[in-house]
Design a protein around this ligand. Structure first.
Ligand SMILES: Cc1cc2nc3c(=O)[nH]c(=O)nc-3n(C[C@H](O)[C@H](O)[C@H](O)COP(=O)(O)OP(=O)(O)OC[C@H]3O[C@@H](n4cnc5c(N)ncnc54)[C@H](O)[C@@H]3O)c2cc1C
Length: 492
């Protein structure tokens, strides 16, 4: 495993291919550091004595090399691995107050481990061996990876082959003896400018005539022809504020301008049915990751709400307790459902464990539908100060700071300096550009609630459920009792 400084050094050596606000920027650009700091934290926690007790959560043993690796690069080889991934995600997200950024890598990698194997079984291809060769390097060198799944998609009701411009979904435009050439663009690629590599996979189910769009591969994030047009969000931190971070995010429109991919890094090419399975498999793993990160985000909002109540001197009020309980119910329902998804996981033919579809999607949908309500509770208890409080430069100005300190006093039991810090932090998490991104991520990241509804209804056996009603109503069905949502009870 590598240190965070080695990770930063690797980034600094990458080719300049990041565009932001009309400029070509380096990876050491000031405002990109919020995103890079987040990923750096996943390296720092491995050696930080404070997290020694969580070593088994943060690391795992590679099934390929037997070496100790960062769990974010691990393939789930048991139900325990899925549970540990979920716990690790909640723990690490707490440290940065938001997205921990390495889940896109672990989720796409696990999905590829399942689908490359299945494709080989069905079509006699050799994708899984290639994938494992790549994985060996990925794990041994402790690399970072994001996932570019979401195509730009053009006119939504049209399929890839029906679009006026076929490049609106990433596709293969040429096959050569040594590799393929791909063209198109993916959007919303979280943390793409802060990682070394990108896993590119299809975004939806594909039809027979859509073989050119059934493509999956891994590519260096700075490869020739790859252009990242990024949106960066990092709140300004007042001088003298000694909190951790700064934390931020960066999402990329990743353009593949006729990019050459050597066969060694191609993990699917021309099998539309498997392209669809891969899209769903990544979404499933990613929604399972959300059963860790969404509770963590709600924990952050719950803690922030409790802190605002303390600062305002209203923590004993009945309505505050009711709202805090509501937040806890959202986080723990999502988390508990993620545990159920792991306990009811199944092992795929590749040996990789796959979480339960219904539990993952129920959790993600519930989180997505509640996200704005959670911010509503925080805003309610905070009052208006996070939205209008003096800006960082007024805080450091000798002329204005004494007034700010005098007039920001509230609960006499809380030091005014801490009141200032609390409001400044809550401004960052609820009222900044980054907060807006997190809210949209809460709805759409990993798939919008509508997509989860489709997955839930697709996996759910409504006939079995209806038969329970028919039996109770005395309607003869001739079918024995069967209900597949009772779940597995692990032996005690
Ligand atoms: C902050 C953030 C981070 C993200 N990170 C990543 C990432 O790292 N990697 C990645 O690949 N993706 C990422 N995503 C993408 C995410 O998965 C998508 O936003 C999500 O799948 C929705 O797709 P969309 O944004 O194209 O919205 P759309 O698909 O355009 O959805 C807009 C609306 O149209 C509806 N709709 C769409 N198509 C149809 C149709 N055919 N018929 C009827 N209704 C339709 C939808 O239900 C929705 O209500 C991220 C998104 C966000 C917001």
């Amino acid at each position: 495993m590598i240190s965070s400084s080695e990770y930063r050094q690797r980034l600094s050596k990458m080719r300049r291919n990041i565009y932001n606000n009309g400029k070509l920027i380096d990876r050491d650009y000031k405002y990109l550091q919020g995103a890079i700091n987040v990923l750096a934290k996943t390296y720092d926690m491995i050696t930080d004595p404070e997290f020694k007790q969580y070593e088994d959560l943060l690391t795992a043993t590679s099934h390929l090399t037997g070496e100790k690796i960062n769990r974010f690069n691990h393939i789930h080889r048991s139900m325990h691995d899925l549970l540990a991934k979920q716990q690790m995600t909640r723990l690490t997200c707490h440290q940065v107050g938001g997205c921990i950024a390495r889940c896109m890598g672990i989720d796409s990698t696990n999905a590829l481990s399942v689908i490359t194997y299945m494709t080989d079984q069905k079509y006699g291809t050799g994708y899984h061996k290639r994938f494992e060769t790549w994985l060996r390097d990925f794990q041994t060198n402790d690399r970072t990876c994001c996932c570019a799944q979401t195509d730009v998609k053009g006119n939504r009701p049209w399929r890839p082959h029906q679009q006026k411009d076929p490049d609106l979904y990433v596709r293969v435009v040429e096959k050569k003896s040594d590799g393929i050439v791909v063209r198109g663009a993916k959007v919303h690629n979280s943390f793409a400018p802060a990682v070394e590599q990108i896993n590119v996979i299809p975004t939806r189910a594909l039809t027979k005539e859509e073989g050119d769009w059934a493509v999956a591969f891994n590519i260096p994030a700075d490869a020739e022809g790859v252009k990242q047009i990024v949106s960066i969000a990092m709140p300004d931190v007042p001088k003298g504020y000694d909190g951790p971070g700064p934390w931020g995010g960066a999402d990329s429109m990743t353009v593949f301008d006729d990019v050459f991919v050597p066969w060694d890094n191609v993990f699917l090419c021309g099998e539309p049915d498997m392209g669809g399975y891969l899209a769903l498999m990544f979404a499933l793993y990613h929604r399972h990751s959300y059963t860790g990160c969404k509770p963590a985000m709600t924990d952050v909002l719950t803690g922030a709400t409790a802190l605002m109540a303390e600062v305002n001197g209203i923590e004993k009020e009945h309505h505050v307790k009711e709202k805090l309980a509501e937040l806890i119910c959202t986080s723990e329902l999502c988390y508990g459902t993620g545990i159920a998804a792991a306990i009811n996981a199944t092992q795929s033919p590749s040996g990789t464990w796959v979480p339960d579809i219904t539990y993952c999607n129920v959790s993600r949908r519930h989180a997505g539908l509640n996200i704005y309500h959670e911010y509503d509770i925080l805003a309610d208890i905070s009052g208006g100060m996070p939205s209008t409080m003096p800006r960082p430069e007024d805080w450091v100005s000798e002329e204005t700071r004494p007034f700010i300190e005098k007039y920001m006093a509230r609960n006499p039991e809380v030091n005014v300096q801490d009141i200032l810090k609390a409001f400044a932090w809550v401004q960052g998490i609820s009222c900044s550009e980054l907060a807006g991104v997190m809210q949209y991520a809460g709805v759409h990241g990993g798939g919008s609630p509508r997509m989860e509804q489709i997955a839930i209804m697709g996996a759910y056996n409504m006939e079995n459920t209806k038969n329970i009603a028919k039996r109770l109503a005395g309607i003869k069905t001739g079918k024995p009792y069967a209900f597949d949502r009772l779940g597995n009870t692990p032996s005690l």
